[in-house]
Design a binder for this molecule. Structure first.
Ligand SMILES: [Zn+2]
Length: 306
């Protein structure tokens, strides 16, 4: 059993997770980030207290954060979604609770959920890539989460691939996120359409990544080029990460991963053709098991991976 919290930009979700990774109780409140840090802190405390009442023997709570944590895991250094900078969240929560509080980056929480109960279970070295509006990453080596000297390891989405036609939200140009997220897919298609590309997407007033994958599967040439481009950059990134740390397995999660085998096969092909030792050291690449609940499940199991 464990208590896990997923602090998101729109909702704070909390769950009691059993030893099989199943959420037994779940609570949710709106994230009132516009009312400031104090309000969100207060709402977090109330939610955790309620869950602790239901699971009174628990000694720790894990909290997944959509931002950067200090290397010692005590402070939220930066969390743009909540407009937070340098907030001593661990100390503030522990003052109000009779529990030890462990903080974790949300992509790392997703990586832990997969390693504990999902697609990478039983593997001591795994990497999780979360493909949504951005690209998140989590790295576990020898059953330990890798957080780095400054707490910012595994920022896979901001590895520079090559120059791109638009800047990343982080301020840099060429980040993986601008090639391999849902946002990247949509922006690439819009740009090609504006430059005169022919596509079924032209008729759609507004299209999302799901629509692009549907068009690609139906043979639309622009949509197919966009999906192949996304898979190519992901393959490069996975090959680069493999050359560096040689993990056993990669899990691909997030909304974009619902494209399934259609996407996965392309990523595997691109990875294999860009690895230095493709015949000897090709990692397994699989779809993640969990979707929206991964933050809670991972946070609840954080104590086993740090
Ligand atoms: Zn970036």
């Amino acid at each position: 059993m464990g208590i896990g919290i997923d602090l998101g930009g729109t909702a704070i979700k909390g769950g009691i997770v059993d030893h099989l990774g199943v959420i037994q109780e779940e609570r949710m409140v709106e994230t009132q980030s516009q009312l400031g840090y104090g309000q969100v802190l207060n709402d977090l405390v109330l939610l955790i207290k309620e869950l602790h009442r239901l699971a009174p023997t628990e000694k720790t709570v894990g909290v997944g954060i959509p931002g950067i944590l200090s290397a010692d895991g005590t402070t939220v250094v930066s969390c743009p979604n909540l407009f937070w900078k340098n907030k001593p969240l661990k100390q503030d929560l522990e003052r109000a609770l009779s529990l030890e509080v462990l903080l974790v980056n949300d992509a790392t929480a997703a990586c832990i959920a997969e390693a504990a109960f999902g697609s990478t279970r039983g593997r001591s070295s795994s990497v999780m890539l979360t493909l949504g509006t951005g690209v998140g990453g989590g790295v576990i080596i020898n059953d330990q989460v890798i957080s780095g000297a400054h707490g910012v390891a595994s920022e896979v989405g901001h590895m520079i691939m090559e120059a791109n036609f638009y800047d990343c939200g982080c301020g840099k140009n060429g980040c993986l996120e601008t090639f391999a997220s849902a946002t990247a897919l949509i922006r690439y298609c819009r740009k090609q359409l504006a430059e005169g590309a022919e596509s079924d997407l032209k008729a759609a007033e507004n299209f999302d990544a799901r629509r692009i994958f549907e068009a690609a599967k139906a043979g639309d040439s622009l949509a197919l080029a966009a999906v192949n481009r996304l898979a190519r950059y992901l393959g490069w990134a996975i090959a680069n990460i493999s050359d560096l740390i040689d993990p056993e397995i990669f899990a691909i999660g997030g909304g974009v991963s619902s494209a399934g085998e259609f996407l996965l096969e392309r990523i595997k092909t691109e990875t294999k053709s860009h690895l230095t030792y493709p015949d000897y050291a090709m990692p397994e690449i699989v779809l993640a098991t969990f979707r929206n609940e991964s933050g809670m499940i991972g946070a609840a199991n954080l104590c086993h991976f740090i």
